[in-house]
Design a binder for this molecule. Structure first.
Ligand code: GLU
Length: 441
């Protein structure tokens, strides 16, 4: 069975860029009948909060993703400690005592000498006494993983064969001086422990993958299959930032967008599939393969979101809309079918429905007064149906010689007070004769 995980750090609410891996993992799990784990990467105690973690759950649920399991790294420290001890015993994790300033100086010196600023592994040659001396000074060690320094190769399901040369990287710090874990080790330990088969995440993690494959191997775990997707950027080509709260999923929800529209934008942008309505997340999952994700940029276009949201609403059945219509006191299939055509966001219907219920401020141009008076006189008797509009305007055309815009627009402006809006043919029937007489001057 396939097992995937989406692993947000709860240091803010999620944005569109985070929704991309959240959903791509979901699609993969659905396509393969696999398991989806939501993993809170909350080892950074200073920046992670339970409130953000709860918010992420709410956002994910709103998008339509239902995880099979939720784990919090903050509750799994014992596992990481065990892995830590094994790596230390295997000589792959070693204590370092340099302060930030000392490391800065080392890097500056390397740059002056024209060398890459890679950690020089000085701590590897410290003796027992050296360490005891540092600790007596009150220095606590941070711990680095000793890289193999050989090229790590893997077949990426999106990017194809990849090589990460860990020889050009500093041995990564896995444990901070205060004993807390950085992201790298807990992620690997959890992936092994939870038997994750596929890691689908942003391409900013490709070099981490090189390091993590080495750690997995050092721990005797099975290396999962990796897929690194392009990152979503905003319309200006900038990455979305959690801390700025720009275009968070919660913002889109509050602005009244359909979750499906947001999900489609978050995942189909920057793929070979066109941005278009889908019936459900499962329908996208059936169609979108990882290989369709492009290697180039994925730039989010907010105007495309509006268009897509509108198209989803225009195709929405009455049954689907009903719960929300009921809560707004707007039941009636004919009303929905008429008004949905003009919606960009669902909530627009509250304003649009006033075209039926009033009050409407008719707009009447002086030069149309006579024409509208005639229109009023020629308004057919009830009962009305979809043919009434044709009969009425046909009679008006014969009587006045007006046609096209000159014929329809004064009627629209008088009946609705606006230049655009729902189809008049159907609106007329729903309005009824009494309301039309009231609105015509
Ligand atoms: N917490 C990491 C992130 O948000 C997870 C990366 C991963 O999927 O391994 O970038």
């Amino acid at each position: 069975m396939t097992v995937v995980r989406w692993a947000p750090s709860p240091t803010g609410r999620i944005h569109l860029g985070n929704a991309r891996p959240a959903l791509l993992n979901w699609f993969f799990a659905r396509r393969t009948g696999g398991r989806y784990i939501l993993r809170m990467d909350d080892t950074d105690l200073a920046r992670s909060t339970r409130e953000f973690a709860d918010g992420i759950e709410v956002d994910l649920d709103w998008l339509g993703v239902k995880p099979d399991l939720l784990v919090r790294q903050s509750e799994r420290t014992a596992l990481y400690d065990t892995a830590r001890d094994r790596l230390i015993a295997a000589g792959r994790l070693y204590p370092c005592y340099e302060t930030e300033e000392e490391l800065d100086r080392k890097r500056a010196r390397a740059r002056l000498l024209g060398k890459p600023p890679i950690y020089d592994r000085a701590a590897l040659s410290l003796s027992e006494e050296d360490r005891a001396k540092y600790e007596a000074e009150g220095r606590q060690p941070h711990w680095r993983f000793k890289l193999d320094g050989r090229p790590v190769q893997f077949d990426d399901l999106i990017k194809g064969p990849q090589t990460v040369n860990t020889a050009s990287m500093s041995d990564p710090v896995l444990i901070r001086a205060d004993g807390s874990y950085l992201y790298t080790l807990p992620s690997v330990v959890d992936d092994i422990d939870l038997a994750v088969t596929h890691v689908i995440r942003g391409e900013d993690h490709v070099s981490n993958t090189g390091t993590q494959i080495e750690i997995i191997e050092a721990l005797g775990g099975t290396v999962p299959t990796f897929a690194h997707h392009n990152l979503l950027t905003d319309a200006e080509g900038q990455g979305f930032s959690k801390r700025l709260g720009s275009q968070s999923i919660a913002d889109f929800r509050d602005q009244g967008y359909e979750p499906l529209a947001v999900a489609i934008m978050a995942t189909l942008t920057g793929t070979s599939l066109p941005i278009e309505p889908f019936e459900s997340l499962d329908a996208i999952a059936e169609k979108l393969e990882l290989s369709m994700i492009s290697h180039g940029a994925a730039r989010f276009d907010p105007t495309e979101l509006n268009g897509l949201n509108a198209r989803l609403l225009h195709a929405m059945s009455y049954e689907e809309a009903l719960p929300r219509l009921t809560s707004m006191g707007l039941e009636g299939e004919a009303i929905w079918l008429l008004l949905r055509e003009n919606l960009v966001r669902f909530a627009d219907i509250a304003e649009l429905s006033k075209l039926l219920t009033g009050p409407v401020e008719p707009v009447v141009a002086e030069e149309d007064r006579e024409f509208l008076a005639l229109a009023k006189a020629l308004l057919p008797p009830e009962p009305w149906d979809e043919n009434t509009w044709g009969q009425w305007t046909g009679a008006l055309k014969t009587a006045t010689g007006r046609k096209g815009r000159a014929l329809f627009m004064p009627l629209r402006l008088a009946l609705t007070g606006r230049q655009d809006g729902p189809e008049l043919k159907s609106l007329l029937v729903l309005l009824g004769r009494r309301a039309c007489l009231d609105r015509l001057p």
